[in-house]
Design a protein around this ligand. Structure first.
Ligand code: UD1
Length: 420
């Protein structure tokens, strides 16, 4: 198993190119199931989660090539409709194939994803919505078995909670359904917006893109002509590197980034004393001379993303004063706290709220990555912790960050990937 070793540095300097968004790529890859011929996707991030979903499609019979940042996926030859446990257990987002496979073939089996380090993460809202559309769903031997005895019918769906992959799944099912589906309380994340825009460009009428009410006019089973497209930049990767600039109090520039997707993150970094120069697709952070504390609550887009909570928690350890960070989306997303405490952070956890007393000097030690974003928080801490930090179990990090150690090394970090 690989681990990362970091030594503290005085500062970083230079430019980091942001990769395509993992969370946009996953639904877009699943979307190829709705296409009548092969689809070319560019600006995909070379990360484990993308390879996993492409492997799932290829196990189902699709023809898949993935080189550099380009994948060509042909699902016209797809024959199987069962997503097996061995793949789904490694990536919960595999559930994204449920909606499109069911809509296209009228039957689908997907292994139930099971538990997750950051919370229970049920998929009840996906299933309830598909049932409303006419699917018959049973859970048997750990699998969701779904059929559509009379095809999928458009209908009115109201999500009890905003769910990102739930919205993507139901939009994709609704595309091939008969009639109009109205989805209220839909997710508005840029990744969902990109999915809807590409479907729209492929001839599907979708009203309300980017709002909480989406109306999808189904094609009644007609497969789509999907042109090649570029995945949007990864706003979470970008946010993580902005935090690297902020925590090391360094000026760095991000390229290939979409500043307008980072509004809430930039606002919180500004509250902490950083300023920015923005162009259409670059962001330069001018760091705070003295980092100020922050109060933040994670919520659905366009509010502050839960996927940036761990990184801000690491940053808050270097702020002068008391920061309060509240996690509203996932019940167990504070596993990084105990690792940061081992490095010397002064953090008190009370339910869903972390209170961080700064500034504390951190010291390097052996720490364990517990989930994808928690891993990057430990990397941020390792950049400034006195001495050597060894971060174990970085397979979590490899699920979502493209060549993180190379990108950081290029701007001056002392970081190495080693074998246990
Ligand atoms: C997506 C992102 C993930 C991010 C999360 C929240 C992808 C691949 N992953 O995950 O990085 O952290 O959004 O922004 O895009 N819920 C239910 N029932 C459901 C579905 C969700 O109760 O059927 C709850 C979840 O437990 C959670 C909340 O709704 O508390 C939001 O979850 P959801 O938006 O579905 O997260 P994901 O789509 O899995």
């Amino acid at each position: 198993m690989d681990y990362l070793q970091l030594q503290n540095i005085d500062s970083l300097a230079g430019t980091i190119e942001i990769s395509g968004a993992k969370n946009a790529s996953l639904p877009l890859i699943a979307m190829t199931i709705l296409a009548k011929k092969s689809v070319t996707i560019t600006n995909l991030p070379q990360v484990a989660d993308i390879r996993t979903l492409l492997k799932l499609l290829s196990n189902l019979g699709a023809t898949v090539t993935f080189e550099g940042t380009k994948a060509v996926v042909d699902t016209s030859v797809l024959t199987q409709t069962k997503a097996t446990y061995d793949i789904v257990k490694t990536m919960r987002a595999s559930i994204l194939v449920l909606g499109p496979i069911l809509a296209r073939f009228g039957h689908c089996e997907v292994s139930l994803p099971g538990g997750c380090a950051i919370g229970q993460r049920p998929i009840d809202l996906h299933l309830k919505a598909l049932e409303q559309m006419g699917a018959h769903i049973e859970i048997k031997s750990g699998y969701i078995e779904a059929t559509t005895p009379n095809g999928l019918q458009g209908c009115e769906i109201i999500f009890d909670k905003i769910t990102v992959t739930g919205t993507a799944n139901i939009v994709m099912a609704a595309v091939l359904a008969k009639g109009k589906t109205t989805l209220t309380n839909a997710a508005r994340e840029p990744e969902v917006v990109q999915l809807c825009k590409i479907l729209q460009k492929s001839g599907v009428r979708i009203d309300g893109i980017g709002t909480a009410i989406l109306t999808i006019y189904g094609t009644d089973g007609k497969l789509l002509d999907i042109d090649s497209f570029d995945v949007i930049p990864d706003r979470i990767e970008a946010g993580t590197y902005l935090c690297a600039g902020a925590i090391t109090q360094s000026e760095i520039t991000l390229t290939h980034v979409e500043p307008k997707h980072l509004g809430s993150v930039l606002a919180k970094l500004e509250e902490m004393g950083n300023t920015f120069t923005l162009t259409e697709n670059t962001i330069t952070i001018h760091p705070a001379k003295e980092i100020k504390p922050v109060k933040l609550v994670t919520q659905e887009y366009p509010a502050f993303p839960t996927d940036m909570q761990a990184q801000f928690l690491a940053l808050a350890t270097q702020a002068h004063g008391v920061s309060i960070i509240e996690e509203k989306l996932f019940e167990n997303r504070f596993m990084h706290v105990s690792e940061l405490q081992r490095m010397g952070a002064d953090i008190t956890l009370n339910g869903h709220t972390a209170t961080v007393n700064g500034k504390t000097a951190l010291s390097g030690t052996d720490v364990m990555a517990t989930d994808l974003r928690a891993s990057s928080a430990l990397v941020l801490a390792g950049l400034i912790a006195e001495g050597e930090t060894n971060i174990h179990r970085i397979y979590h990090l490899d699920r979502g960050y493209v060549a993180l150690e190379k990108k950081l090394e290029a701007v001056g970090a002392k970081i190495k990937r080693l074998k246990e």
